[in-house]
Design a protein around this ligand. Structure first.
Ligand code: ZN
Length: 410
């Protein structure tokens, strides 16, 4: 039954600017302390992620992407940036078509979410590190081979699927290749995303290889600018933030994933104060919830500086500070100019019935994806009363369960 108008709160469509859809399979499987690790951290989590990455066939990837994207539209996300690096077949051989890219496009179409495929360059295991087995599915021989792949993807994707490029990280892509990928993005007017400064080890290794931080390296490679989004920037220092702001570069943070992985608290306050466009993503999908990502921007910074309303301008309210991160900054990051017909309606928080001015803040602080009632993407109904319109959710979840059962076999 449709909720009465005073019990419905209209919001703009949310943008999920950073996703690895296949990592949806990890939720609940990486919360057990492993017997052979004294300390679990990002790198031990990555071992399980690589276990999955070695095994997933094209149909499995499509099943997991449909599951993740179904959760996203039911959480009010109208568009997703898929940072895609699982390029080759399970035996690491080339696929005749970019079938794994197309699997994401097919999953997005089933559910009705707008997709921006961020085709990701991954060229080596790391600075003086050999490739580990799972990484054989990610790598191209060089930047030319990677960019030829991007050309194939751009020619093959269905209408309505956008394509951008990504550099996995400064550890996975050598300096000359970063220059080439950045030049391609500029020439072709495509967005460029890069994981940067997520881990202290990555910064240390970059300093020893290049004598500078990842952000400084990206700047000398011509990879910063208004078309570029750095993902995480958790370990960015004051000088890095200055470079990011001065070049008009955006930053995508993923608070629920950064918290789940124990990455640390990013410099959210410094980024906001410098006027950097900050957007959000659900990344590893430990949680898929727009309200949670947005309130976490403010709440993580409160924990760090032990103050309240720290990202909020004097006289302004929380939603004015953080809603742009979930909407306009996300669109800019993904190169999406048009939000016509994108619409989200959530259940009105009870507080909002007493004071309409408090409704958005009450939802951001206390709301969740389970409040989402209706979602339209480009004028098309994709969610009504919290349920998918275009595809049966039970079938999507049953297919994902089959994949999970196979992944759990040793
Ligand atoms: Zn990521």
């Amino acid at each position: 039954m449709r909720a009465a108008d005073d019990q419905r709160l209209a919001l703009p469509g949310f943008i999920n600017a950073h996703s690895h859809a296949f990592q949806r399979a990890l939720r609940g499987r990486v919360e057990r302390r492993s017997a052979d690790h004294v300390d679990d951290d990002f790198w031990s989590w990555r071992t399980t992620m690589y276990h999955d990455a070695e095994r997933l066939g094209v149909d499995d990837v499509e099943a997991l992407a449909a599951w993740a994207y179904a959760d996203m539209v039911r959480a009010g996300f109208v568009a997703v940036g898929e940072f895609h690096y699982l390029h080759h077949d399970v035996n690491a051989g080339p696929l005749p078509q970019p079938r794994l890219s197309l699997a994401h496009a097919a999953a997005a179409r089933r559910v009705g979410i707008k997709l921006v495929l961020l085709e990701c360059a991954y060229l080596r295991g790391g600075f003086e590190r050999p490739l580990v087995h799972a990484q054989r599915r990610f790598v191209f021989d060089d930047a030319r081979a990677f960019l030829a792949h991007v050309d194939r993807v751009r020619a093959a994707v269905p209408a309505g699927t956008h394509v951008g490029v990504a550099v996995h990280s400064v550890r996975a892509v050598p300096r000359d290749a970063i220059v080439e990928v950045a030049a391609y993005a500029r020439r072709e007017d495509l967005v460029l995303h890069v994981h940067a400064c997520e881990q202290a080890r990555e910064v240390d290794e970059c300093r020893s290889e290049h004598g500078m931080t990842p952000v400084a390296l990206l700047e000398v490679c011509g990879a910063l600018g208004p078309r570029t989004t750095l993902v995480h920037a958790t370990c960015a220092d004051a000088d890095d933030v200055r470079r990011i702001a001065a070049t008009g570069t955006a930053v995508c943070v993923t608070p629920s994933t950064e918290r789940n992985l124990g990455d640390g608290l990013g410099p959210f306050g410094a980024l906001f104060a410098a006027g950097v466009p900050v957007c959000v993503g659900t990344d590893s999908h430990a949680r898929i919830d727009a309200a949670d990502e947005l309130r976490s921007l403010e709440e993580h910074e409160r924990l760090r500086v032990r103050r309240r309303n720290v990202l909020v301008r004097p006289g302004a309210a929380l939603h004015e500070a953080v809603l742009p991160a979930g909407t306009s900054a996300g669109r800019r990051s993904l190169g999406l100019v048009d939000d016509a017909g994108d619409r989200v309606v959530v259940r009105m928080p009870v507080e909002g019935r007493a004071d309409a001015a408090a409704a958005r803040d009450a939802w951001i602080v206390g709301g969740s994806s389970s409040d989402v009632l209706d979602v339209d993407v480009g004028g098309v109904a994709v969610v009504r009363n919290g349920e998918l319109v275009r595809a049966p959710r039970a079938a999507i979840e049953d297919a994902a369960v089959d994949v999970l059962r196979r992944l759990q076999r040793p």
